[in-house]
Design a protein around this ligand. Structure first.
Ligand SMILES: C[S@@+](CC[C@H](N)C(=O)[O-])C[C@H]1O[C@@H](n2cnc3c(N)ncnc32)[C@H](O)[C@@H]1O
Length: 435
């Protein structure tokens, strides 16, 4: 007899997180998608455990291996073991209930700590997060003045500053923000900037739940701003889910005109439909399809196109990815092939197109400058606009200037300099026959 009471159930939140981790480890879906889909109310709290596991995966797996906990307890589910070990050693440092898996992991606590080198705190310590919390006002549902009034009611202090002469002064002001202060972004009118310590506050705020506020990083906000479709125009968003940029584009267009939002993945398509509806987008026509098959007959009169294809995500700072960070040339080649096809389709299939924004959350030239170069070679009726000039030259990071006529016109947000995730943006315009 083991002495354990087998009828005591494992708490649901541990089981749910373990199920998500198992699916992600089996490469059936990405962690990000699984988290979006997760409905269990307690799951939000448990996301921190997943993040800790992802950040310390090597060390935790090694400790589990060294202690032989799985070999000695063959009925213990490996994913559940990873979740419980992470929670016990790096997370809350305690486990709920008296179920057998919980008791087993507790029994191994000292051995696990020893296997982790005796000081698990040094592992669990987060890198200092200096990225501010960006909060964008969704003007479909909330006016800027109403947003500022709510902030004043909540005792947030608006940082006063003269108009910024240059970008460096602006970055300095962000770094000097106090915890109860906020300021407005200098490039994106409806973007609020808070001290990094307020990340969780805004993640659980009612305005965020109601989609009046969108938690959208600075770089991704620049895409809709630079595409800049006027109210009443017709836009095609070729890779639209979950819908952050579609929603922003609808704000830029004052919710007037048409946005065809295409997504091929059925689950992500449902997320796109729900997100854009709850964000008050009245002009979005969602299309479940492979964007490469979408025609001008289906989406008539398209003037502005957003191409934001799947990419390596190498620019994302807090990405929940189980993939190792090293550059994988084979994967990049495949991604770049699809990115070129997608951008070329945008350039060739829609006769009324005036402007195209191409963006990735990658810092690799293979997915950025090289895609732009190839597409311009294949489609000479397009030229690049200078994204930096569009930001009144108050910007620093552009592309690699070794790509002649390309690098200097493209824009990067770089985590090391711009206090934002790494994003690449290129803006194309159709040339007139005289050009
Ligand atoms: C980087 S995400 C887009 C993020 C989105 N623009 C936003 O701001 O929320 C890329 C999306 O493109 C979708 N996708 C990839 N290839 C596609 C294709 N051929 N047709 C339509 N959607 C595609 C992916 O499923 C994914 O949801």
């Amino acid at each position: 007899m083991s002495g354990f009471n087998h009828s005591v159930k494992v708490p649901t939140q541990y089981k749910r997180v373990a199920a998500v981790l198992k699916t992600a480890l089996e490469r059936k879906k990405s962690l990000k998608t699984l988290i979006y889909e997760e409905k269990h109310a307690r799951f939000r709290g448990m996301q921190a455990v997943l993040k800790q596991y992802v950040d310390n995966r090597g060390a935790i797996d090694e400790a589990i291996e060294k202690t032989q906990i799985l070999q000695e307890n063959p009925r213990l589910c490996p994913s559940l073991c990873k979740v419980l070990v992470t929670e016990l050693i790096l997370g809350r440092k305690q486990l709920n209930g008296e179920s057998k898996p919980v008791q087993t992991v507790r029994e191994y606590r000292d051995r696990l700590i020893e296997a982790l080198g005796g000081d698990p705190n040094s592992l669990g310590q987060k890198k200092k997060d200096i990225k501010p919390r960006y909060v964008r006002i969704n003007r479909n549902l909330l006016g800027i003045n109403d947003a500022l009034a709510m902030l004043a009611d909540e005792q947030w202090r608006k940082k006063d500053h003269p108009p910024f002469e240059n970008y460096d002064d602006f970055l300095k002001a962000i770094k000097e923000l106090e915890e109860d202060e906020y300021m407005m972004d200098m490039h994106v009118d409806d973007l609020l900037i808070f001290h990094p310590k307020n990340k969780h506050y805004w993640a659980s705020h009612q305005y965020t739940a109601e989609k009046r506020f969108m938690l959208q990083d600075k770089g991704t906000c620049l895409v809709a701003e630079l595409l800049s479709p006027p109210a009443g125009s017709t836009v095609l968003d070729m890779c639209a889910a979950p819908g952050m940029k579609t929603i922003h584009v609808s704000n830029v267009m004052h919710n007037q005109g048409v946005i065809y939002s295409v997504e091929q993945n059925p689950e992500r398509y449902n997320i796109l439909c729900n997100m854009t509806k709850s964000a008050g987008c009245e002009i979005v026509q969602p299309i479940k399809a492979d964007a490469l098959t979408v025609t001008a007959e289906q989406c008539q009169g398209v003037e502005y196109i957003l191409v934001d294809p799947s990419c390596s995500g190498s620019g994302m700072q807090n990405r929940m990815s189980l993939d190792p960070d090293e550059k994988n040339p084979d994967r990049l080649k495949k991604l770049a092939g699809l990115q070129i096809k997608m951008l070329s389709h945008a350039m060739t299939a829609f006769p009324d197109v005036k402007r195209i924004a191409y963006s990735t959350c990658s810092l690799y030239e293979e997915e950025n400058e090289q895609v732009v170069q190839r597409c311009l070679e294949m489609n000479p009726s397009f030229k690049l606009l200078s994204a930096k000039k569009s930001l009144r030259n108050k910007w620093r990071n552009v592309g690699n200037q070794e790509y002649k006529k390309i690098g200097k016109n493209c824009l990067y947000t770089r985590p090391s300099d711009d206090l934002a995730d790494g994003i690449f943006v290129a803006i194309f315009e159709k040339t007139t026959s005289e050009e």
